[in-house]
Design a protein around this ligand. Structure first.
Ligand SMILES: [Zn+2]
Length: 70
């Protein structure tokens, strides 16, 4: 199971992206929050929404294509 991280800095369009460990874009995230181990990106996104109810959460297009909706 991969580790997942949340970008605490929103995208210019307002959403916060979830990344899996090893994503090249995660290296560029200045304020990552470790979410934990999850079997898939959907669980990671749900966890991020639970922790940050006011955030718009989306999956990274590159490492979480199944959770990328925006
Ligand atoms: Zn990513």
């Amino acid at each position: 199971m991969p580790k997942y991280y949340l970008n605490l800095t929103p995208q210019s369009t307002g959403e916060h992206e979830v990344h899996a460990e090893g994503c090249k874009w995660l290296k560029l995230v200045s304020r990552p929050e470790y979410l934990g181990f999850f079997s898939n990106c959907h669980e990671a996104v749900e966890n991020a929404k639970f922790k940050h109810a006011s955030y718009i959460i989306d999956g990274c297009k590159h490492c979480c294509p199944g959770c990328h909706t925006r």
